[in-house]
Design a protein around this ligand. Structure first.
Ligand SMILES: C[S@@+](CC[C@H](N)C(=O)[O-])C[C@H]1O[C@@H](n2cnc3c(N)ncnc32)[C@H](O)[C@@H]1O
Ligand code: SF4
Length: 449
C-alpha cells in the first residue's frame, strides 16, 4: 500500500452504523413521536430488541463503549428495575402480533447480571412481547465475569450466540490497555458456552493498540484460530480521548502509526482468509457455514447499530440508557445519562431524547452507503427499481467521483459503482462521499483505517 493513499483516504469519517449518523440526531424526535412510531409497528413486522447494560467490573482503557465501572452490584440492580419499567412501557405500545425474532444483550458487560436477574429480565421481555419460536438470543460476554451460575442463566434464557471480547493476548499490550485476560480463560468460556448449546461464537480482536506489532497481532490471531470461533470481528482501535477521558491513560507514543496499523490489519485478514474464514464487510470474518457468511454470499448482509448483521427485522427497538432504535420512520435514542434515564423510565414512560426522521433522500443515500459498506458495490438498476428517478442525481455523483478518482479505489462497471480490491480498506471514506450531512461538520470521528 502506498503511503500517500493511506494518508489521503484515512481521514476521520463515521463508521456508518446509521444514516444520518448520530451527531445529526436532534430533540425533535421525543417520547411523543417515538410512541407514535412504536404504535405504527404492524402485526407483520419482525422486531429485534437491543438491551444495553452500561456497567463493567473493569475499565479497559481502550474502551469507547457507553459504560460505567462498578465493583458493587447495587447500581446494576437499581438499573434493572428501571429497565424493566421501560420494557413494559414500550411493550404496551407495540402490537402483540408483531414478532420478536432477535434479542441482543450488549454493553458494557451484560454478563455482570446475576443468575436470577438475567432470568427475571428475560421473563419481563417475554411478558411484554410475542417471541418467535426460533428467536436468536445473543449476548456480549466479558470472559472475566463468568461463573457456573451465570452460564446456567444464559443457557436458561436460550442464548444462541455468544460474542466474547478478546482484543489481544500479548501481556505487554494487555497491561497497556488495562485488560488482563489469558488465553486459557478465553478458551474455557468458548468451551463452556458451546457445551451449553450456543451455536455461534464470535471473538472481537483489535489492531492498532499500544505496543502491538505485526508479530503480536499474528500471535493473537493464531491463538484465536485454535478456538475456531464461527465469527471474528477485527476492529481498528479507535483512539478518541476527546470523547473517552480514560483513553488518556494510553500513551500515544506507543500507538502504532497509520502504516503499521494497516500492515497489522492486512496480516490478520490474510491469516483468517488462509484459515478458511470468509471476509464479511470491512471488518468481519466468518466460517462459510456461519449465517453471517451465508447472508453475505446471498446479498442479505445488513449494517445497523450493532455493526454487521444478518438480522432481517424491520424494527429495531433499543432499550436501556443510550440505546438507539431504528424504525421505518427514523432513528431514536434513549437518554444516555444513566441516572436521568432511570428517572424517565421510573416515571412509567419512554426514555427517548433525540433522533431523526429519515427523508426519502436519506433513505436513498442510506441504501447507497449500506451497499458500499456491505457489498462494496452499488447497482444503479437495483437502486432505480427501489427509488425510481430520484436516483439520477446520486448516480451522477457516483459517476463523477469514480471518473475523477485517479487512484482507482472505485470505478464504474456494468452500470454499477464498484469499490476495487485496493479501495476496500477505504470503504468508510468512499461511503462518506454520499453523506450529505458531513459537510455540516457536526461530530468528530476516528480515523478510517
Ligand atoms: C461491549 S464490548 C464486548 C463485551 C465485553 N464488555 C468485553 O469487553 O469483553 C464491545 C467491543 O467493542 C470493541 N471496542 C471497544 N472500544 C473500542 C475502541 N476504542 N476501538 C475499537 N473497538 C473497540 C471491543 O473489541 C469490545 O470487545
Ligand atoms: S471493553 Fe468491555 S469490559 Fe472493557 S470497559 Fe469496555 S465494555 Fe467494559
Amino acid at each position: 500500500m502506498q503511503n500517500s493513499l493511506l494518508a489521503k483516504y484515512s481521514g476521520a469519517v463515521p463508521r456508518y452504523t446509521s444514516y444520518p449518523t448520530a451527531p445529526h440526531f436532534h430533540e425533535g424526535v421525543d417520547c411523543g413521536k417515538y410512541a407514535q412510531w412504536l404504535q405504527a409497528i404492524t402485526a407483520k413486522e419482525r422486531i429485534s430488541l437491543y438491551l444495553h447494560i452500561p456497567y463493567c467490573d473493569r475499565l479497559c482503557w481502550f474502551c469507547a463503549c457507553h459504560t460505567k465501572h462498578t465493583l458493587k452490584y447495587e447500581p446494576i440492580a437499581i438499573y434493572l428495575e428501571s429497565l424493566k419499567k421501560e420494557i413494559a412501557a414500550v411493550g404496551a405500545l407495540v402490537s402483540r402480533d408483531a414478532t420478536v425474532t432477535a434479542v441482543h444483550f450488549g454493553g458494557g458487560s451484560p454478563t455482570m447480571l446475576r443468575h436470577d436477574d438475567m432470568i427475571d429480565l428475560m421473563a419481563t421481555l417475554r411478558a411484554a412481547f410475542r417471541f418467535a419460536d426460533d428467536v436468536e438470543i445473543s449476548v456480549e460476554m466479558d470472559p472475566n465475569d463468568l461463573d457456573e451460575a451465570r452460564y446456567d442463566a444464559l443457557a436458561a434464557i436460550g442464548m444462541t450466540r455468544a460474542s466474547l471480547g478478546v482484543q489481544d493476548f500479548h501481556p505487554e499490550v494487555q497491561k497497556a490497555i488495562n485488560r488482563i485476560q489469558t488465553f486459557e480463560q478465553t478458551k474455557s468460556v468458548v468451551e463452556a458456552v458451546r457445551a451449553r448449546g450456543v451455536r455461534s461464537v464470535n471473538c472481537d480482536i483489535l489492531y492498532g493498540l499500544p505496543h502491538q506489532t505485526e508479530a503480536t497481532v499474528a500471535e493473537t490471531v493464531k491463538d484465536i484460530l485454535s478456538l475456531a470461533p464461527d465469527r471474528i470481528a477485527l476492529f481498528g482501535y479507535a483512539h478518541v480521548p476527546w470523547m473517552k477521558k480514560h483513553q488518556t491513560m494510553i500513551r500515544e507514543d506507543v500507538l502504532p502509526g497509520l502504516e503499521e496499523r494497516f500492515s497489522q490489519m492486512s496480516l490478520a485478514a490474510a491469516m483468517l482468509v488462509e484459515a478458511g474464514y470468509e471476509p464479511v464487510g470491512i471488518d468481519h470474518f466468518a466460517l462459510p457455514t456461519d449465517s453471517m457468511a451465508i447472508a453475505a454470499r446471498e446479498g442479505r448482509l445488513r449494517r445497523n447499530f450493532q455493526g454487521y448483521t444478518d438480522d432481517a427485522a424491520e424494527a429495531l427497538i433499543g432499550l436501556g440508557a443510550s440505546s438507539i432504535g431504528q424504525l421505518p420512520q427514523g432513528y431514536v435514542q434513549n437518554m444516555p445519562a444513566t441516572g436521568e434515564y432511570q428517572r424517565m423510565a421510573d416515571a412509567g414512560g419512554l426514555a427517548a431524547v433525540r433522533g431523526v426522521e429519515v427523508s426519502q433522500d436519506d433513505k436513498l443515500r442510506r441504501r447507497v452507503i449500506e451497499e458500499i459498506m456491505c457489498r462494496f458495490a452499488v447497482s444503479f438498476p437495483d437502486l432505480r427499481s427501489e427509488f425510481g428517478n430520484a436516483v439520477d442525481a446520486i448516480v451522477e455523483e457516483a459517476r463523477a467521483f469514480a471518473q475523477s478518482n485517479q487512484d482507482r479505489i472505485c470505478l464504474i462497471e456494468d452500470d454499477r459503482f464498484v469499490i476495487t480490491e485496493g479501495g476496500r480498506p477505504f470503504a468508510r471514506t468512499i461511503a462518506a462521499v454520499f453523506d450529505s450531512y458531513l459537510s455540516t461538520g457536526k461530530g468528530r470521528h476516528s480515523i478510517a483505517v
